[in-house]
Design a protein around this ligand. Structure first.
Ligand SMILES: Cc1ncc(C[n+]2csc(CCOP(=O)(O)OP(=O)(O)O)c2C)c(N)n1
Ligand SMILES: [Mg+2]
Length: 367
């Protein structure tokens, strides 16, 4: 199998982050990667602003008891948006629980994106319609599924590319290594994007890996690894765009590590003050992905007050739609608990179902 060697294989690509815009929104440029045209950068800015509003709204719905849990991606919007917008319509996205903003940016109805977090028993949206796999909670399992879909597409002669997301903690899972190895050996068209947000719940990166970078883990599998400033949507878009094109043209997988940070708690069930300092969080707030692109776009004259006002109004509309959709209690079908467990239900399961039905009928009678 011929492998395209155009990927960035320089020894330092895995340890020197690719950056195009610095934290102050200044263009720093890169010898290899270029900026997207301004309209494309503006599209990413808008998606990040909408994504942060969705994230804030989801957090509020948890506090109101409408969602059971929500893993925030505040601070990781550049990764979320760059990943979703790097893909062509026929490509596939394999997200984790933290990637609701990526899924919404890919075009899934935001109410459907969040509904599983209130206890709906399946992923709600149709993965096949949107080419977005369900958001997985078991770490790294989706990476193997992603490689399988990519390999299958290749066997069918399609040029589909699969972009699979995971966290820094997930890179310690066996599935991560198996996925990389299989993808490399079979030249599967997969882009692995590791969002290194520095923590796996309370476990810091220093207890996760002592590799020079997570991108450098690709070396052992013959997969090009590229480290990117994960709060620079311009750099992420350039690197992911190239990795997607390479994969589509038979060049095989790429491992991209995004250097970023989880600004909020792991989920609402976590108290981050027990394992990190406010000063550390503040340092990363100063590297915010949205404000750096905003500064750049304003300096270029590509973003003015009226565009920002329109965008703010769109964000409020989005939040209102999400509230309206999730403040409705969905009709519940308790029987569904038993419907899809086995193709032919066991007698025990049927007995349990009948017991539940009888209890519900008795409760109804008591009213
Ligand atoms: C196989 C597996 N083991 C453990 C867990 C429990 N768990 C849920 S999230 C998490 C941390 C994951 O950290 P990381 O991969 O860095 O992703 P992040 O949450 O930071 O986005 C763990 C250990 C799990 N969901 N699946
Ligand atoms: Mg993490």
């Amino acid at each position: 199998m011929s492998v395209d060697t155009s990927a960035d294989r320089s020894a330092d690509a895995a340890v020197d982050p690719v950056r195009l815009l610095d934290a102050e929104g200044r263009l720093v440029g890169h010898e290899r990667y270029g900026l997207l045209p301004l309209p494309d950068l503006l599209e990413r800015y808008q998606a990040m602003v909408l994504g942060r509003r969705l994230d804030d709204q989801a957090g509020a719905l948890v506090r109101q008891g409408r969602l059971a849990v929500y893993p925030s991606s505040h601070g990781q919007e550049a990764c979320q948006v760059a990943a979703a917008l790097a893909l062509r319509p026929g490509d596939w996205l394999f997200p984790t629980y933290r990637d609701s903003v990526a899924v919404a940016t890919r075009g899934v109805d935001p109410v459907d994106v969040l509904a599983w977090l209130r206890g709906d028993w399946h992923s709600v949206y149709d993965p096949v319609t949107h080419h977005v796999a369900p958001q997985t909670t078991p770490l790294a399992t989706q990476l193997l599924h992603a490689v399988g879909v990519a390999h299958a597409a290749r066997l069918k002669g399609e040029d589909t590319v699969v972009l699979a997301l995971c966290g820094d903690g997930a890179t310690s899972e066996g599935d991560f290594h198996e996925a990389l190895n299989f993808a490399a050996v079979f030249g599967a068209p997969v882009v692995f994007l590791v969002q290194n947000n520095k923590y796996a719940i309370s476990v810091p990166l220093s207890r996760q890996s002592v590799a020079p970078s997570l991108a450098s883990k690709g070396v052992g599998y013959g997969v090009p690894g590229i480290l990117v400033d994960g709060n620079d949507v311009a750099a992420l878009s350039a690197v992911l765009g190239e990795a997607v094109s390479r994969a589509a043209s038979g060049g095989g997988p790429t491992l991209v590590e995004a250097d970023t940070y989880r600004i909020q708690a792991h989920t609402n069930a976590d108290d981050p003050t027990r394992y990190r300092t406010e000063a550390e969080v503040h340092e990363w707030v100063l590297r915010d992905p949205i404000s750096r692109l905003r500064t750049y776009l304003r300096a270029q004259g590509a973003l003015d007050d009226s565009t920002e006002e329109e965008l703010a109004a769109r964000a409020e509309e989005l939040a209102a739609t999400v509230r309206a959709g999730l403040n409705r209690t969905p009709p519940s079908e308790p029987d569904e608990l038993f419907t899809h467990v086995y193709a032919s239900p066991t007698p025990q399961l049927l007995a349990q179902r009948d017991l539940l039905r009888a209890e519900l009928a008795a409760e109804e009678g008591d009213r």
